[in-house]
Design a protein around this ligand. Structure first.
Ligand code: UDX
Length: 459
């Protein structure tokens, strides 16, 4: 099939490369000439495992090409995907100016029947407006159909997610358009949900909002666990075995961030308000998420004092989650700003996001470390702010040796509590009881756990 993908951000670039890898001929379009040149040279504007290899392979095999001309890009295409950004505006709604602009240009350059598909996350009714715009700007000269085909990619695993999707959602009022899209996705061994435009639009928002709700729910349970001396990770495990609940997205922490959840939850809330409906649950989800970072910082100030002047804090993690260099809506950066605002001297490290973070934190007089140990050197406390797996690999004894203090605040509940405590650290996390609390609760003593670990080791 001949395809055109407009926009080369996460969704567009991954979409274009995966579609071409499936054997389609794909032209990627972006107005940013520099970006197009970088992509052609294999220098990806985003960090995404496997993406560069996939792009270069398909360019070489002549299935994938890029241009800055939308007219050229759509000329031969049977299906045109709109994958431009829909950032949040001041009112919490999605800013659709890029979508309208692209729709106008498609209309002006339409040279034959095409299916115009929106992959960008867009509020209810957007595709109907896209259809009107294309109709107006093409002067009704050529026939076309509009469809919604939302993407459920996660940053850091988007190539894999697209190749092995759980489901494909496609909405359109045209049976012909749905047939064409089904043909494109037919080889994927996953369910296809074919529906009307508005239902497809809501499926995307509802999915993200539901996942965000799971996170805020477990974060509130974590706050309860903190008070009750229970362990949220065990609670989540116990809940997760119930297939109706599931284990995913029940990791408590300092809150969700990224380019999707905060924006999409706010946009769904705003859409509901526009439909004269007060979505109270979503209001709670947003409020819990906003407050979560303050609970974490409070825990730090309770131990280190309200005035952090003279305190050195190592912060591991700048990206909004692991396996990405994306810092958009990163809660880690929010925590860093709060700690710096309280006077702490900060030594920070992230495996991928340091350069991006410098752009935002640049003038805050922060030390950007070369690795976790470098960040920890001379620190009174160590904070884990992003769930990078490699932080878990840091050796507790080595950390203890280079640090001045002996406290770890784990905002993502990823570190090995036992190892840290055995090495002499006082360990605090989100919703998992500290050693002293476990002792007073009559939990297995540290001494026993060490002996247990040794016994296991000697087996
Ligand atoms: C999300 C959706 O998962 C994806 O389907 C959609 O297409 C885009 O939005 P992404 O933003 O890449 O993907 O990240 P995701 O892995 O979902 O994590 C979002 C945020 O939630 C991160 O800040 C992460 O740290 C946080 N999170 C996730 C938790 O705090 N706890 C969890 O259990 C899971």
């Amino acid at each position: 099939m001949k395809l055109c993908v407009i926009g080369t951000g996460y969704v567009g670039l991954v979409g274009a490369s995966v579609f071409s890898d499936w054997g389609n001929t794909v032209v990627g379009v972006d107005i940013d000439a520099k970006k197009i040149e970088r992509i052609k040279a294999g220098d990806m504007p985003i960090y995404e495992p496997g993406l560069s290899e996939l792009v270069l392979k398909n360019i070489k095999e002549k299935r994938l090409s890029f241009t800055t001309s939308l007219k050229e890009g759509i000329a031969d295409a049977e299906v045109v995907f709109i994958c431009v950004g829909t950032p949040q505006d001041d009112t919490g709604a999605a800013d659709l100016s890029a979508v309208w602009q692209v729709a106008e240009e498609i209309g002006r350059n339409l040279n034959g029947y095409k299916v115009i598909v929106t992959k960008s996350t867009v509020p209810i009714g957007t595709n109907e407006r896209v259809k009107e715009i294309i109709k107006e700007t093409s002067n009704g000269k050529v026939t076309f159909d509009v469809a919604s085909n939302p993407e459920f990619l996660r940053e850091g695993s988007s190539v894999e997610d697209m190749m092995k999707t759980d489901r494909t959602v496609m909405g359109s009022d045209s049976p012909k358009a749905l047939e064409i899209l089904k043909e494109l996705y037919t080889h994927l061994n996953s369910p296809i949900v074919a529906c009307d435009l508005r239902s497809a639009e809501i499926i995307k928002y509802a999915s993200n909002a539901f996942l965000a709700t799971k996170i805020s729910f477990i974060n509130e349970i974590a706050l309860l666990c903190d008070r009750a001396g229970a362990d949220v990770s065990v609670v989540a495990e116990g809940m997760g075995y119930d297939k109706r609940i599931g284990k995913a997205f029940l990791k408590a922490g300092i809150g969700y961030g990224g380019s999707c959840f905060p924006k999409d939850v706010a946009a769904l809330f705003r859409t509901s308000t526009d439909q004269a409906y007060d979505f109270r649950l979503l209001r709670g989800v947003m409020e819990v998420n906003e407050k979560q970072k303050y609970h974490f910082v409070k825990k730090i100030t309770e131990k280190l004092g309200k005035n952090l002047n003279g305190k050195v804090i190592a912060c591991l993690g700048l990206a909004f989650k692991d396996n990405t260099d994306d810092i958009r809506e990163s809660v880690a950066l929010e925590v860093i700003k709060l700690l710096r605002g309280l006077g702490a001297q900060l030594r920070v490290f992230d495996p991928q996001a340091t350069e991006n973070a410098k752009g935002v934190l640049g003038d805050l007089d922060i030390y950007y470390a070369k690795d976790g140990y470098d960040a920890a050197t001379g620190a009174d406390a160590l904070c884990i702010l992003t769930e990078w797996g490699e932080f878990r690999e840091l050796e507790a004894k080595k950390l203890k040796k280079v640090m001045r203090g002996d406290i770890v605040f784990d905002g993502r509940n990823i570190m090995n509590r036992d190892q840290l405590e055995v090495a002499g650290f006082t360990y605090f996390s989100v919703g998992r009881p500290a050693y002293a609390v476990r002792q007073s609760n009559g939990h297995k003593s540290l001494k026993n756990r060490v002996t247990g670990a040794l016994l296991n080791f000697s087996k």
